[in-house]
Design a protein around this ligand. Structure first.
Ligand SMILES: [Zn+2]
Ligand SMILES: [Zn+2]
Length: 254
């Protein structure tokens, strides 16, 4: 590139930073350095990353005082169909606000940056190398028309690209639209979601290690049902990776 262009480009870049300084996705304040390209240092510091000790199966953070990984009460009571689930951080504060903006205020570009947050992290007890294909939690076609995009697919694409493995958004389909689960308890959710998904391309999933990706792990009923359907459809093993994990005291998605 001729030197004049390079200089002009640098000048334009500097001018853009002055005219449109990067803003924190959560609080809207301008900041010279955004954490992960998303958050000002204050909001970035408010993200509660999930670290051991956790439940070795569902990845739920252990209660205060617990020092080693231990099976949580929920997994002891009802074994999970998936082999392992992990989440980046607790569904609260800046991360919760960003997920809401991404989903309900239709900011798909934000989804790609959030997806990169997922892959720029290590998950104790879960080897991301062990999976052959990334599958997003499918949206029913009616919801897809309302929202215009599937938030799980956007995250899944970024995760798949980061891991260098394919994303498959065809083989698992949502057959039945179910009433919103927000006001439902754990058991109601399980009944509500039962049979909502189907594997329509068994040949593509047979004997594969599937990494199921979603935005939020709430009670695990939707993810569990997807995993059960995938295993029945021929998958060898299902792991779950989500951006956020709702804890009992955190508000649930609307
Ligand atoms: Zn902020
Ligand atoms: Zn558990």
């Amino acid at each position: 590139m001729p030197r004049g262009f390079e200089t002009a480009e640098r000048l334009l870049g500097a001018l853009a930073d002055v005219l449109f300084p990067p803003r924190c996705q959560s609080c809207g304040r301008t900041s010279g350095a955004l954490v992960a390209g998303l958050f000002c240092p204050v909001c970035g510091g408010d993200i509660r990353y999930i670290a051991p000790p956790v439940c070795p199966v569902c990845g739920a953070p252990g209660p205060a005082g617990q020092t080693a990984d231990r099976l949580c009460e929920d997994c002891r009571r009802a074994p999970k169909p998936f082999a392992v689930a992990r989440s980046l951080a607790v569904y609260a504060g800046p991360l919760l606000r960003s997920i809401h903006d991404f989903k309900y205020r239709r900011q798909p570009g934000l989804g790609r940056r959030l997806g990169r947050l997922i892959i720029d992290n290590n998950y104790a007890g879960m080897e991301l190398e062990g999976f052959d294909v990334v599958v997003p939690v499918p949206l029913h076609v009616r919801r897809l028309r309302e929202r215009g995009f599937n938030q799980s697919l956007l995250l899944a694409r970024t995760v798949a690209a980061g891991r260098g493995i394919p994303v498959d958004f065809v083989s698992l389909r949502r057959e039945r639209d179910t009433p919103p689960q927000t006001a439902m308890g754990r058991n109601e959710r399980r009944v509500n979601i039962r049979g909502a998904f189907a594997v329509v391309r068994r040949d593509r999933l047979r004997d594969r290690g599937v990494l199921l990706v979603d935005d939020v792990y709430t009670t695990g009923s939707t993810l569990g049902e997807c995993a059960r359907t995938l295993l029945e459809g021929g998958a060898a093993r299902v792991g779950v990776l989500t951006l956020a994990r709702a804890l009992p005291e955190t508000p649930e998605a609307p």
